[in-house]
Write a protein that binds this ligand. Structure first.
Ligand SMILES: [Fe+2]
Ligand SMILES: [Fe+2]
Length: 194
């Protein structure tokens, strides 16, 4: 059941990225100049990792095995699967709002801020629900044979930013976020006003 540890680890990284998005929005609200390239980088990370690896592997490997061994979770798993789709829809709302904000400026900020908050709250709640309602049952009910393909799938995840070999672009994004966002994610440096 290595995959449970991987999932928890991925949720922590996801939490750091969601926290960063919220913080960057809050900083703009208090007068900082937006760094659009950082938003684009974070959203690209979420698309490349969450929607291409993490969620599909839950859908294809963890959830079916769990449905088989714990049919009482069927309704909860159905809702979590729906939330993967809903999360993608909210993500697209953020992209659209970012595009409008970058194009039109301050008049579009409130809509962008609200879209970010809706998305980050939603994804946080989703991950928390998996950890509280699904993973403890998986730990209890799946056997070694069940875990083998799930572990293999999650071990094959390639995290472009927090993984062992980030590309130069994602390494730069990571160093940007640690300098822009206070602890616990970053190093506490102030984002310069300009
Ligand atoms: Fe999920
Ligand atoms: Fe998850």
């Amino acid at each position: 059941m290595q995959s449970l540890e991987i999932i928890r680890h991925e949720h922590r990284n996801l939490g750091a990225v969601l926290y960063t998005l919220d913080q960057l929005v809050d900083q703009i609200e208090s007068g900082k100049v937006p760094r659009f390239e950082v938003f684009h980088g974070l959203l690209t990370y979420l698309d490349r990792f969450l929607d291409r690896y993490h969620h599909p592997k839950e859908d294809q490997y963890l959830f079916p095995a769990l449905r088989h061994r714990a049919p009482e979770l069927d309704a909860v798993i159905g809702e979590l699967e729906q939330q993967h789709h809903e999360g993608e829809r909210l993500f697209i709302d953020v992209l659209k709002a970012l595009s409008a904000y970058e194009f039109a400026g301050a008049t579009e900020f409130a809509a962008f801020r609200d879209a970010v908050y809706r998305y980050t709250r939603f994804e946080r709640d989703h991950a928390l629900r998996e950890e509280r309602e699904v993973m403890p049952v998986a730990e209890e009910k799946l056997n070694a044979e069940d875990w083998a393909p799930i572990d293999a799938a999650f071990l094959d995840n390639r995290d472009p930013m927090f993984g062992s070999a980030p590309s130069a672009l994602f390494a730069k994004l990571h160093s940007d976020i640690v300098s822009l966002v206070p602890a616990p994610v970053g190093l506490g440096a102030q984002w310069k006003k300009s």
